[in-house]
Design a protein around this ligand. Structure first.
Ligand SMILES: [Zn+2]
Length: 96
C-alpha cells in the first residue's frame, strides 16, 4: 500500500507538529533539512500531478501554439502523445 502525495505531505506536517508539541530535541540542521525535504515532496507532487498545456493563439493562421505550462518549452508543440515535457519533466495535461 502507498498513500498519495497530498496525504504524505499532510502526514509529514503532522510529524513536525508532534515533534514541536513534545519539544523533541533535533540537531540544528534539522529544520533546514526538513524544509528541503518538504520542498522536494511538493515539487514531486506538482511534477507528477502535471500542468495544463499553455495555448497561444497563432496570429496569422488558425490554431494554437502549444507550450509546456510549467517551463514554456516548445518541445511539446503539436505532440499530444507527449505525456511529459522533455524539457522540465513535468506531466503535461492536454485537456482541462
Ligand atoms: Zn516543461
Amino acid at each position: 500500500m502507498m498513500m498519495g502525495m497530498d496525504d504524505t505531505i499532510d502526514f509529514f506536517l503532522e510529524v513536525s507538529q508532534i515533534l514541536d508539541d513534545n519539544d523533541v530535541e533535533t540537531d540544528k540542521e534539522f529544520p533546514e533539512k526538513y524544509t528541503r525535504a518538504m520542498n522536494r515532496l511538493r515539487y514531486e507532487r506538482d511534477k507528477s500531478c502535471g500542468v495544463p498545456v499553455k495555448k497561444l493563439k497563432k496570429r496569422y493562421r488558425s490554431g494554437y501554439f502549444e507550450r509546456c505550462g510549467n517551463c514554456g518549452s516548445e518541445c511539446i508543440d503539436g505532440k499530444p502523445h507527449y505525456h511529459y515535457c522533455p524539457n522540465c519533466g513535468y506531466a503535461v495535461k492536454w485537456r482541462d
